[in-house]
Design a protein around this ligand. Structure first.
Ligand code: HEC
Ligand code: HEC
Length: 475
């Protein structure tokens, strides 16, 4: 059996009451910052492409190419009695994580063999003990021996929980712009760059792992409005929400990449510009754009979409592989006055230059926070001095005297923050010349700052790097 199914409609069954309210508001919005410079016809192509591969919030599509555990099972019908189908699952494809009876209402069972091949049956429930599905009355009559695929219920479950617990802050589209968001500082994360700040993985491109996301959702982000959801949510619920967050992030990334691809060739002002240069008519050029775009949709779009999806699949998959997480080369250097002293010297020294941002008293107001930074995406200067993150939000270096760590307070968490920096923010990874044992010295020093009394003083003047003009780099 080698039927390759590309995608499965995950259904409409979200009872509106449990789906975050008003159905008219349950739609994915365009990433307007990115879309603005793009020609409206190219924007429409992106919109259609996203709908084809991801559907809408109320009728999601499970695009199986992506590394999302939608909840997937293949198998064979072994008995049929009235509306009850008894089945046998194909072990290696039966991903039954999170499957339970109620979550099955409205999902599809797609027949992939026999006379009804390619048709789907709507289900009302599933019983994991007896391995039986209840069908809703159907025009299709399956027969014993028919092969099927089904699934998507993990995504549905995740969507429902997301709507209830996360959407008012993070938004229907995962754009970090839910109704509550405008009151919050820092703002809820916009997932659509596929970037997360507090990950265990290396490198600027290192994606968050499922465990990273689980830790954030379980424990929250101290010092911000991001709440902790354990014990309220159970393991299976967390797992489903995390798949949904990954799915939203990937949807956002596909949108980001496609708009990025279109923005030069199909700029919103292309006709105007070309008309000016050539003295031609704007309407004629609009027609050419239209023809050119139609041609591209026919001949090049699907390859582009495949490439974008392939690329992000590789990255998200790589994050889960062994060796992706930052593991210290040496065991933790014992916390001692000597180690803290070495850490402190590094903190104030020229090489690590933590002081440049975190400041002489480690309160987060170093020299660099007074400079005007450049927006690396647009190449323009920010309107006000200070640091900004990749979402164009102002960020302050952490006040380290308070002992509140957003990415976790275990020594390994701080170790990871210092070695790799904080993704999407100007906080850089420590230079490679700083060895693993020295990073531990920094960890020991950082963790001791809140208990230093009086507040940390400046190191001797010759080792202060604050005015050196050397900048941390955004990644
Ligand atoms: C009251 C508002 C609020 C709610 C509700 C909320 N969040 Fe957040 N969330 C935030 C804020 C604020 C941040 C950003 C904190 C920061 O930048 O340090 C955030 C950040 C995150 C991040 C990014 C972590 C990283 O490493 O970058 C994830 C993932 C996340 N939230 C998931 C969720 C999920 C899933 C839910 C629902 C179960 C949820 N949030 C509910 C406010 C909220
Ligand atoms: C270019 C500026 C810059 C430099 C240099 C810098 N940081 Fe940071 N640091 C930041 C910013 C900005 C944040 C907050 C980012 C956020 O959460 O959005 C931060 C956050 C932190 C945190 C908090 C982590 C958490 O989980 O909350 C620690 C610890 C930290 N920095 C330590 C260091 C150390 C140690 C060094 C030197 C090796 C250093 N920083 C160098 C800008 C900088």
């Amino acid at each position: 059996m080698s039927v390759r199914w590309q995608s499965l409609i995950v259904g409409l069954a979200c009872a509106l009451a449990g789906c975050g309210g008003d159905a008219s508001q349950m739609r994915f919005v365009e990433n307007s910052t990115l879309a603005k410079p793009v020609h409206r016809k190219a924007r429409a192509v992106v919109k259609t492409t996203l709908e084809e591969h991801f559907g809408t919030p109320l009728s999601s599509v499970a695009w199986l190419k992506l590394p999302v555990k939608y909840g997937r099972a293949e198998g064979k019908i072994t008995a049929i009695e009235e509306q009850t189908l008894t089945v046998e699952f194909n072990a290696e494809t039966a991903d039954l994580t999170g499957f339970d009876a109620a979550e099955f209402a409205g999902t599809e069972l797609l027949l992939i063999s026999g006379a009804n091949q390619g048709k789907s049956i709507s289900l009302t429930s599933f019983n994991g003990t007896t391995k039986t599905f209840e069908m809703s009355s159907s025009e299709i009559t399956p027969v014993v021996g028919d092969l099927f695929v089904t699934g998507g219920n993990v995504l549905r479950h995740g969507r429902k929980l997301y709507a209830r617990h996360c959407q008012h802050c993070h938004g229907v589209s995962g754009d970090g712009d839910g109704p509550t968001a405008k009151y919050l500082n820092p703002r809820p994360r916009d997932y659509r760059q596929g970037k997360f700040k507090f990950t265990s993985t290396a490198g600027p491109a290192g994606k968050a792992t499922r465990d990273d996301l689980r830790r954030i959702v379980a424990q929250g982000i101290p010092g911000t409005y991001m709440p902790a959801f354990v014990p309220m949510l159970k393991d299976g619920e967390l797992a489903a929400i995390i798949e949904y967050v990954r799915w939203l992030a990937m949807r956002g990334e596909v949108e980001w990449q496609l708009l990025g691809q279109f923005k030069d060739e199909y700029a919103s002002d292309r006709a105007k510009k070309e008309a000016k240069e050539s003295g031609g008519k704007e309407s004629e050029i609009e027609k050419q754009i239209d023809t050119q775009l139609k041609e591209f949709v026919k001949s090049g779009l699907s390859a582009l979409v495949d490439e974008v999806a392939g690329d992000l699949t590789d990255k998200w998959t790589a994050a889960e592989e062994e060796g992706a997480a930052i593991i210290p080369e040496v065991a933790r250097v014992a916390d001692s006055p000597e180690s803290r002293k070495r850490g402190k010297d590094l903190f104030y020294g020229k090489v690590a230059n933590c002081v440049n941002c975190h400041g002489l008293a480690a309160k987060g107001n170093g020299a660099q926070t007074e400079d005007v930074a450049k927006n690396l995406r647009t190449g323009e200067l920010y309107p006000t001095p200070g640091l900004f993150d990749d979402w164009d939000q102002p960020v302050k270096p952490r006040d380290l005297t308070r002992g509140i760590y957003r990415g976790g307070r275990r020594p390994i968490d701080i170790y990871r923050r210092i070695t790799q920096g904080i993704k999407g923010t100007p906080m850089p990874g420590a230079p490679k010349t700083i060895k693993s044992d020295e990073i531990w010295d920094l960890v020991n020093y950082v963790l001791s700052i809140p208990f230093e009394s009086p507040a940390p003083k400046a190191a001797p003047a010759h080792s202060i790097a604050g005015q050196s003009g050397e900048k941390g780099h955004a990644n």
